[in-house]
Design a protein around this ligand. Structure first.
Ligand code: SAH
Length: 248
């Protein structure tokens, strides 16, 4: 079934109002009309089955016949991925895959070894990344559209450290503890919902001084195994292991 996201202001009791790009898509591309059913998500984890009315003046109204919590969301975990700004268009792939894997927020950050700089107007780039998150959320049937944060530096990132129940730093030179060990140790004290922050470095990895700063701020440095993963792989590995852990 075709699926769309709407803003809460497009919902009024049992009625949903769709105009703009989605209106064009529904009526011109998909050629849907009166009596047909679509799935609409309110972006806050609620899915609605909607029966369409006849389109009129650039708006199509639908009647909600059923609401269910979005299956694409699990209420007990909220994950923010802090991603060291990678080169080229890698961030786009990272966003798409992280959204599929259930991330709630992605915040790019610039660190000592970041090679890349945002060249075009910053707002344009974040806007494009947000669009990618939106498309991926639609495709993977998420119940929310994960938010792409503004580019920050490590200092800005660490200001958030207190808001996480678990704050993880994926560190390529960590020899003492693995992600698995930290998660296994944590599960005894599991409280829900859990707010988790994950920091992944850029291609150049972390400077030891940055690692110390993160640890001082309460981040647990973890290894993802003996192989060095590319920056675009590391976040996905953490997210999939978090999914496995939570479901277990
Ligand atoms: N240039 C570095 C590797 C950086 S990999 C080197 O050659 O050592 C990019 C990022 O992915 C790292 O900063 C880290 O956050 C993550 N990463 C990659 N492999 C990892 C591993 N085995 N354990 C933990 N984190 C890893």
């Amino acid at each position: 079934m075709h699926r769309f996201f709407v803003n809460p202001d497009q919902i009024n009791h049992e009625a949903i109002y769709i105009s703009g790009e989605d209106f064009k898509h529904i009526t011109k591309v998909l050629r849907l009309g009166k009596g047909e059913t679509i799935e609409v998500c309110d972006g806050h984890g609620l899915d609605c089955l909607v029966v369409l009315e006849t389109p009129m003046d650039g708006t199509i109204i639908g009647t909600i016949t059923k609401t269910t919590p979005s299956k694409g969301e699990t209420s007990d975990l909220s994950v923010t991925l802090f991603q060291g700004l990678p080169k080229g268009s890698k961030m786009e792939v990272i966003i798409q895959k992280a959204v599929e894997l259930g991330v709630n927020r992605i915040v790019p950050f610039q660190s000592k070894r970041s090679v890349s700089q945002i060249k075009e107007k910053k707002d344009k780039k974040i806007e494009r990344w947000q669009r990618i998150a939106y498309e991926a959320a639609k495709q993977s049937k998420r119940g929310i559209v994960p938010v792409i944060g503004e580019l920050i530096d490590l200092k800005g990132l660490l200001q958030e450290s207190d808001s996480f129940d678990l704050f993880l730093l994926a560190y390529e030179d960590e020899k003492k503890q693995t992600l698995k060990e930290v998660l296994t140790g944590f599960s005894q004290r599991l409280k829900k919902p859990l707010n988790i922050g994950v920091i992944v470095g850029p291609e150049g990895g972390f400077d030891p001084q940055e690692v110390s700063l993160c640890q001082l701020a309460g981040a647990k440095s973890v290894s993802l195994g003996n192989r060095i993963l590319r920056t675009e792989t590391a976040g996905m590995v953490v997210l999939s292991q978090l999914n496995f852990w939570r479901e277990g």
